[in-house]
Design a protein around this ligand. Sequence first.
Ligand code: SF4
Ligand code: SF4
Ligand code: SF4
Length: 200
Amino acid sequence: MHHCMHCENTPCANNCPANAIERRKGGQVVIHQDLCVGCRTCQEACPFDVPVYDQTTNASYKCIMCYDRVESGLRPACVSSCIGDALISGPRAEVVAEARKRAKRYSEQFGKEYIVYGADKINDYVGRTGWMTIVAAEEMEKYGLPKNPVVSSMALRQTCKTIGVGASAAVALGAGAHFLYWLANRKEVLAAREKEGGHE
Ligand code: SF4
Ligand code: SF4
Ligand code: SF4
């Protein structure tokens, strides 16, 4: 299971026959467990292999970017508890600016190009992402971050046929916000931190 990228264009929601997936105003993509009918179409539609089906509840689940905490003015739980400052959250522009700053620094320090995956539109299928990742450009695929994340339309058609319903859209558009998950090589960054004698 990979981490939900909170895709701007929400392919999972666009294909959920039960309208159980919502994109909140802050950009968080949420599966509403009470509406989910467990058909698993979202698994087929997700190019990052994210939603997980739970047999005991007959529903799919994934990271909800702690939307309830965020909407109450708190940070996501994982960000609050991360002592290494590896995760940051906040308004999109601020997060992107900080991520680009770090990517530039890593590029200089490690002599290879680091990018912020998801800061810019990746493709039409997913758009930009709410969960962004700093990663060495040459290592994207290794971390499950494809240059062109798509799924075969055949797989989707097959799933829809199996459950006997068509795809429907359930996208709540809103201002994109939030998040950075930093995934660069931990060893390299610890070395850089030691060298600087300070904070990442
Ligand atoms: S990563 Fe997958 S589950 Fe998450 S928003 Fe994108 S398509 Fe949906
Ligand atoms: S399992 Fe089916 S009903 Fe549940 S969120 Fe995924 S696509 Fe929607
Ligand atoms: S704690 Fe982090 S990973 Fe878990 S739901 Fe909240 S944002 Fe997602």
